[in-house]
Design a binder for this molecule. Structure first.
Ligand code: AMP
Length: 482
């Protein structure tokens, strides 16, 4: 099948050709003809399948007739995150280069004024995150009664982020006669309910089984100790082990705070890393993403919310530093690699307490994921991370020549060794700084206790020489006047 057979306008076809695309992807072939006819579409597709173009191209074709009025956008696209919204805008710019359309992007973290000006001018395409859209609506800067085409993208993500009440409210503000294009990677019951409520006789286009994983992705589990320093050491070892095969990687953490800590640690170990999490301001997020896309950064540490659905076409590796606690997230995370027909690798660090999460992931994807180098039962005591190895010694007490080699190597260059990269072994400033974070609470407490009791003991012992010891100068022995 070709794009020309889908019913797209000549202007759109010419932009698609210029973008270098010759064959529609399955979601495009399935959704575009119905969307052009004005039907509601329920698209079940993961990111990376070409789903953005499957709504952008027919919308552009339909927008060629008519024009926008002030504060009354003609179309509305809802996205769960600012990055996704910006990405959709890029798609409109790329495929709409032969059109003269006003595009307005309403996302949080940037000023209202510019956005209001764009709305005032009249938007053909309004791309928004739900919260910011409702803010503008409540300020009276926006009317949704002129919306003819309404797109809800990444609906399951909206559900995870608690946006469903906002979406229900927005749906009720848009005329009933609109066309609705609805996309979700998975169809949990809440999403099915939403489609029953707000779509009219939709054409269902499903390009992959819900929650299935891409066959281009090689998945592996990596055993690790559960303590943070053990996980960080394992991660560094894993990255170094991949050598040149690792062109770039997105490293997922479950919590924002972990993103920041891991990013600092990688940077200290001289990795070329950046971070992406929800607390960063919009400019910093965009800059970070841009640097990663352009290859100026090779590792991007990210949280799920920040990275969901991002279109970075050429990611060689995804690493789950934390195993996702929601199995759905596993599918979304590893879907960042192996895009557009390329192959990719997805590694998941698994510690002792992670078994239940691993079970639910394997149940969801319908397969067992292989271990990279043995499962958790093969994890040696010193690798568990519950006890930190001593300088030059394995935790079991044996000192090995390998250890002393590693210690020497690392002293020259902190990032050159992985195995011996435990905080106590190396006293470079970087590692010493990390030690502050990495020492377990109990260990820190007992060290403080020991040092306090030592000094107390010294003060109690009146006979012990203090300060000058036995060489106290005579003038100091003269009794003072009271
Ligand atoms: P999406 O699922 O919309 O995030 O798109 C994933 C990637 O596929 C993007 O980098 C698109 O530029 C690319 N893409 C979209 N349509 C096609 C196509 N027909 N052929 C090849 N690549 C495409």
């Amino acid at each position: 099948m070709t794009f020309a057979e889908l019913g797209l306008s000549p202007k759109v076809l010419s932009a698609v050709t210029d973008a270098g695309y010759t064959t529609p992807t399955p979601i495009q072939a399935g959704a575009i003809p119905h969307a052009i006819e004005g039907k509601d579409v329920l698209g079940i597709a993961q990111t990376g399948t070409g789903k953005t173009a499957s709504f952008v191209l027919p919308m552009l074709t339909r927008l060629e007739r008519g024009r926008a009025r002030a504060r009354m956008p003609r179309t509305l696209i809802l996205e769960p995150t600012r990055e996704l919204a910006a990405q959709v805008e890029e798609n409109f710019i790329k495929y709409g280069k032969n059109h003269r359309l006003n595009i307005a992007l309403l996302i949080g973290g940037v000023s209202f004024d510019e956005q209001e000006k764009k709305l005032e001018r009249g938007a053909d395409v309004l791309i928004a995150t739900p919260g910011r859209l409702l803010d503008h609506f409540e300020r009276g800067k926006l009317l949704l009664t002129g919306v003819d085409i309404f797109v809800i993208d990444e609906a399951d993500r909206m559900l995870d982020m608690g946006f469903i009440p906002d979406i229900e409210r927005i749906c009720k503000l848009i005329p009933f006669t609109r066309q609705t294009l609805f996309f979700s990677a998975t169809m949990p019951p809440e999403i099915t309910k939403l489609t029953q409520q707000f779509l009219q006789a939709p054409v269902r286009v499903e390009v992959a089984k819900p929650a299935s994983t891409n066959i281009n992705i090689t998945q592996k589990l990596v055993k690790t100790g559960s303590k943070p320093w053990a996980k960080r050491a394992r991660l560094r070892e894993l990255i170094r082990g991949e050598g040149d095969q690792l062109k770039n990687a997105i490293i997922f953490c479950n919590r924002k705070s972990e993103v920041a800590t891991l990013f600092r640690s990688l940077a200290r170990h001289e990795f070329d890393a950046g971070a992406l999490h929800g607390d960063m301001d919009q400019r910093a997020r965009m800059m970070m993403l841009d640097n990663f896309r352009k290859g100026k950064l090779s590792l991007l540490v990210a949280s799920d919310v920040a990275a969901r659905g991002l279109d970075i076409p050429d990611v060689s590796h995804v690493i789950n530093y934390d195993i996702p606690t929601h199995a759905d997230d596993y599918v979304h995370r590893i879907g960042r690699t192996g895009r557009a027909g390329r192959s990719g690798k997805a590694f998941t660090l698994v510690a002792k307490g992670d078994a239940k999460y691993l079970d639910s992931i394997e149940k969801l994807i319908g397969e067992d994921v292989e271990w990279l180098d043995g499962d958790l039962s093969t994890l040696e005591a010193e690798d568990q991370g519950d006890e930190k190895p001593q300088r030059g010694k394995k935790a079991g007490g044996k000192s090995t020549s390998e250890d002393s080699r590693n210690t020497r190597t690392r002293k020259r260059k902190p990032s050159a060794s992985s195995e011996a990269d435990t905080p106590q072994e190396a006293k470079t400033p970087e590692v010493a700084a990390e030690e502050k974070i990495e020492k377990p609470r109990e260990e820190r407490k007992s060290a403080i206790k020991a040092s306090n009791s030592k000094s107390r003991a010294r003060n109690r012992d009146d006979d012990a020489p203090i300060g000058f010891g036995d060489n106290i100068p005579d003038f100091m022995k003269v009794p003072g006047k009271v």
